[in-house]
Design a protein. Structure first.
Length: 123
């Protein structure tokens, strides 16, 4: 890819301490994806179009707890990346308002990897 057209990605970072079921984890990441896409549609529509046309790469990583998740969200917004902090509605496994996931992107892979590249993947 050329410097003007970086490889694009989206990363979802979940809290390891919540021990969410796989279905709940998928739902929370889906909320983050939807919110990030809506933000990108408003703020960076051409980048979103390129992201969707080129495979819409997504990665799911984890952090230890809510403090780490909030720090990451702050770092992402500070550097100007699309970011979404998801709080659960409380209908199933966890209390309402529980912070579950941060979505980052779509954005340049190098920019997002600078924040998330050292995080372990969810397995």
């Amino acid at each position: 890819m050329s410097r003007s057209q970086p490889e694009l990605t989206m990363v979802f970072v979940v809290r390891k301490d919540l021990k969410l079921s796989r279905g709940k984890l998928a739902a929370q990441c889906s909320h983050a994806a939807a919110d990030c896409v809506l933000k990108a549609e408003r703020e960076i529509p051409k980048t979103l179009d390129r992201y969707m046309e080129r495979g819409a790469r997504k990665i799911v990583c984890q952090v230890a707890d809510e403090d780490a998740l909030r720090r990451l969200f702050g770092e992402a917004t500070t550097v100007g990346l699309i970011a979404s902090l998801i709080k659960d509605a409380g209908h199933t496994e966890i209390p309402a308002g529980t912070v579950t996931v941060v979505g980052i992107g779509p954005g340049g892979r190098e920019d997002i990897d600078a924040l998330t590249g050292s995080l372990p993947l969810v397995s």
